[in-house]
Design a binder for this molecule. Structure first.
Ligand SMILES: [Zn+2]
Length: 232
């Protein structure tokens, strides 16, 4: 091609995602065995180098015994902890949507949740409570925690996480309403000062009947905020 031929501007290619599927197959992401490079190739090496540099900038000696494998461990664990980027709702829910003429509230509460805040890359963790009112379709109950996982295993803010879970359920089931409450402790707050040790952040997303009908909303919020372990 001639040097002066017009060129269409080529958009930058998005970075190839780290191969978390292979990480899943590799089992425990915090496992010491093997180098991260064994699992994912060049991008892991790059990741490891960045962590090594980060250690240096913190004033550490990345070559000392205790830290020698840290870059590899961090590359593996961070990739695993953000594997939600490679998951999508359709895949996770699969064929687990069933026709069912049930029109009362379905609720799964106390779903364990671990995520990382996008402002500090520190964990936040807690519980999600999810309810919906079917409109001809229900979903396998075990899929609700998995939907939470898709969105919590990323860098997040709790507010967006709550909305994304509600939006995903709305999209999959087209229910008469959906409600999501998340209560979580944020290490970025807890680790900064003693006064903040016990502060819990609560967010909710209410759609359809949960937003428009006071009785439904009250019932949901009462169940979501009620005592856990009712069977004890
Ligand atoms: Zn934070």
């Amino acid at each position: 091609m001639a040097a002066d031929a017009p060129r269409s501007p080529r958009p930058p290619r998005p970075p190839r995602p780290l191969r978390s599927a292979r990480l899943d197959a590799a089992g425990d992401p915090f496992d010491e065995a093997g180098s991260a490079a064994d699992i994912g190739g060049d991008r892991y090496l790059e990741f490891e180098n960045l962590v090594r540099r980060q250690l240096e900038l913190l004033g550490e000696e990345p070559t000392r015994d205790g830290l020698a494998k840290t870059p590899s461990r961090v590359a593996k664990s961070l990739t695993w902890l953000t594997r939600g980027y490679q998951m999508d709702v359709a895949d996770v829910v699969g064929g687990a949507v069933f026709d069912e003429e049930h029109h009362s509230m379905v609720m799964v509460r106390d779903i364990e949740l671990y995520s990382m805040c996008e402002h500090h890359m520190l964990p936040f963790f807690g519980k999600a409570h999810i309810a919906y009112i079917p409109n001809g379709k229900i979903v396998g109950l075990s899929k609700l925690p998995r939907i939470v996982d898709i969105f919590s295993r990323r860098l997040q803010v709790q507010e967006r996480l709550t909305e994304q879970v509600a939006a995903a359920i709305e999209e999959v089931l087209k229910p008469l309403g959906v409600g999501v409450v998340i209560e979580a402790y944020h290490l970025c707050m807890m680790m900064r000062g003693v006064e903040k040790q016990n502060s819990k952040t609560i967010t909710s997303a209410l759609r359809g009947a949960f937003r428009d009908d006071a009785k439904t909303r009250d019932e949901f919020l009462r169940l979501a905020h009620g005592p856990s372990n009712p069977l004890r």
